[in-house]
Design a protein around this ligand. Structure first.
Ligand SMILES: [Zn+2]
Length: 229
């Protein structure tokens, strides 16, 4: 992993020189985009909320499907789930009482490897200086390099993200593409998103009926919290 950490840090230097317009243009050219419609957004948002209503507090959620090929033959496909945020005590408290907290099944794990992860994400900032070190997508990329890159020479990475990937994360995907191509590998990205939904509040702004869902799960979360005490 040290090899990739160094490679990525170098690529980040290089791509941070690229302006926003050029970066977004490159991203558009690098992906197949499928609009995430109302039904898909509702499903992605609510999928884990009955079990984990703390997610209603405003995290991004993303589902990744990585298809892996070697010498033109399909090898494997892997489903993973990723949630944004630094795993600080405030975040952890929202996922269960005391030491019994847990995250949804298939959640990409960075906690067991946090020190190396933090090295990997150094200087992952958006154009306005916002830290993007703990976004769902960069967690996926770290995990992909750690666990999947050696399994094949061609990849199709398809993902659904509740919030459209930020500029920092699209930069990270473009860097990943260059890294793979430099190793003689290929990657295709298929991205399901809604460009109107950039931050959590945009969900109910775009679809006002989602306010009902959000309220429902805020209530459930409050109830759970009381029981945990
Ligand atoms: Zn991001």
């Amino acid at each position: 992993m040290d090899f990739f950490v160094e490679k990525i840090l170098n690529l980040r230097y290089k791509y941070q020189l690229l302006e926003k317009v050029a970066l977004r243009r490159l991203w558009k050219k690098s992906i197949t985009r499928i609009p995430l419609n109302r039904g898909a957004i509702k499903l992605l948002f609510t999928k884990h909320l009955d079990e984990f209503p703390g997610i209603v507090k405003g995290y991004n959620q993303a589902e990744f499907l990585s298809k892996i090929y070697k010498n033109g033959k399909f090898v494997d496909e892997i489903s993973e789930y990723s949630i944004s945020s630094y795993p600080n005590p405030n975040f952890i408290r929202r996922f269960g009482p005391g030491p019994n907290w847990r995250l949804p099944e298939n959640t990409i794990d960075i906690l067991s490897d946090l020190e190396k992860f933090e090295k990997f994400v150094q200087r992952a900032f958006d154009f306005d200086g916002t830290s993007r070190k703990f976004d769902s997508e960069i967690k996926f990329i770290y995990n992909f390099l750690k666990k999947h890159i050696d399994k094949g020479d061609e990849f199709v990475i398809e993902f659904k993200s509740l919030l459209t990937p930020c500029d920092s994360c699209i930069r990270e995907f473009i860097m990943l593409k260059e890294l793979l191509e430099g190793m003689g590998k290929k990657v295709k990205f298929v991205v399901h998103d809604d460009l109107r939904i950039r931050k959590f509040g945009d969900i109910s702004k775009t679809y006002p009926e989602m306010k009902v869902e959000i309220k429902k799960y805020e209530k459930l979360y409050k109830k759970n919290k009381k029981q945990w005490k």
